[in-house]
Design a protein around this ligand. Structure first.
Ligand code: ADP
Length: 402
């Protein structure tokens, strides 16, 4: 089966075409700057592990034009990997916010689109863009099933004590204010794969999955099911991130708005775009931060120090929430590539049974690897995430009715 995975943003469409017979990637790419004067498509054709890259720069007026362009890319003689779109068995769409309406991937029909739309107020930047991607795919791939895979669905197993905020109860009832959590596709993939790497059933183990990329979130997974996660109603909560503040005293928002005479929307923008690593040291890429820290930049050092400490505290909290922990697993850009952060997070955690193997933790890790000492009480793993593969697997399950 061939599955096209679509991640439509407000001005971009990321895509991957996967051959699910052997779970291999056939093509991938991104259409960017849709609607701007100059758009760009960068496309990779992958044949037997070899990549052939094509970049096209031209005006891409809307998502429909963008989708046409990617169809041309995957089907043309030069850059393509299939003869016609008829070869695509189903399309899996990443949808950011499923709210309480979706706890699993779902075949898209009119009522599902309406339900996604109902969740627009909770993800005003993402859900409308995801819906545009779905509408364009329905138009350009007539007859091909479309499946929605939600960032939030894996977290729907959280108990009320973990997802409720201590606010007036009607805010939950009227405004749907609660913890939803994000990166669910990644946490699901990592929890499942760390279990298989350990030769254990996911149902039999408790795991803390640690997704540290531009955005970061940590999830407590008990017997394969999420019981708590660090992101909240929005992806702003939890550990500090590239440019997001993570958990702060909620009173700070009002204080800043008043002291600086700015609106709630401006405060929100500062917390999302000018905070986190960027707020502390002016940089949001961890590679630059390490380089600068090595050169003596104290703010860069502080950013790394704060980050490791915050991740460490979540791990401690989730040990308490889970009772027993069999493994913790790092993933995503920082989690997979950054041995300094992994070492910082795991330092002085012997009391909890975490003992990093310094030699195994060396450098960037691009495959599933255990990085704790043999015989330790709790395994430490690096499990490279693959959200698109998880979306494709979920899409197949839905189409087959599993
Ligand atoms: P996104 O959340 O955008 O999907 P990624 O998972 O791709 O993010 O992670 C991006 C981040 O990973 C970058 O901002 C960078 O900080 C970090 N990163 C990537 N490679 C390295 C590396 N070799 N060392 C440290 N950090 C890295």
């Amino acid at each position: 089966m061939k599955i096209l995975v679509i991640n439509a943003g407000s001005s971009s469409i990321k895509y991957q075409l996967l051959d699910m017979d052997d779970e291999s990637l056939m093509a991938s790419g991104i259409v960017e700057r849709i609607g701007e004067a100059q758009g760009e498509l960068s496309h990779k054709k992958i044949v037997k592990g070899n990549e052939q890259k094509t970049v096209i720069e031209k005006k891409i007026g809307n998502h429909r034009e963008g989708m046409h362009l990617l169809i041309d890319m995957i089907t043309s003689a030069e850059t393509g990997v299939i003869a016609s779109t008829d070869e695509i068995d189903a399309i899996g769409h990443r949808v950011v916010q499923g709210g309480e309406l979706f706890n699993s991937a779902t075949l898209i029909d009119k009522s599902v689109k309406q339900a996604i739309e109902e969740n627009n107020p909770l993800a005003p930047l993402h859900n409308p863009a995801n819906l545009t991607g779905i509408a364009v795919a329905e138009e350009l791939f007539p007859g091909t099933p479309n499946v929605a895979v939600f960032d939030t669905e894996f977290h729907q197993t959280m108990p009320a004590r973990a997802y409720m905020y201590a606010l007036p109860y009607e805010f939950y009832e009227d405004l749907k204010v609660r913890r939803y959590g994000f990166h669910g596709t990644s946490h699901k993939y990592v929890a499942k794969n760390v279990a298989s790497a350990m030769n254990r059933n996911p149902e039999d183990i408790n795991v803390i999955t640690i997704h540290l990329g531009n955005g970061g979130s940590i999830t407590a997974v008990k017997g394969g099911k999420c019981i708590d996660t660090s992101m909240g109603m929005t992806p702003l909560a939890g550990v500090m991130m590239g440019s997001r503040c993570g958990d702060i005293d909620p009173a700070i928002s009002g204080y800043i708005a008043e002291a600086k005479n700015i609106s709630a929307a401006e405060v929100d923008s500062i917390l999302n775009k000018k905070s986190g690593f960027k707020g502390i040291c002016g940089m949001n890429d961890m590679r630059d931060i390490h380089e600068s820290a090595a050169g003596g930049n104290q703010r860069a050092r502080l950013a790394v120090d704060m980050f490791c400490y915050q991740v460490k505290k979540y791990i401690g909290a989730y040990f308490a929430a889970l009772g027993t922990v069999d493994a913790i697993a790092f993933t995503a850009g920082i989690g997979e590539n950054d041995d300094i952060v992994r070492a910082g997070v795991c330092s002085d955690m012997e009391g909890l049974g975490l003992e990093l193997d310094a030699a195994a933790n060396d450098g960037r890790i691009s495959h599933q690897k255990k990085i704790s000492k043999d015989g330790g009480k709790v395994d430490i793993w690096v499990i490279p995430t693959n959200e698109e593969l998880q979306i494709a697997q979920d899409t197949i399950d839905v189409v087959r009715g599993n």
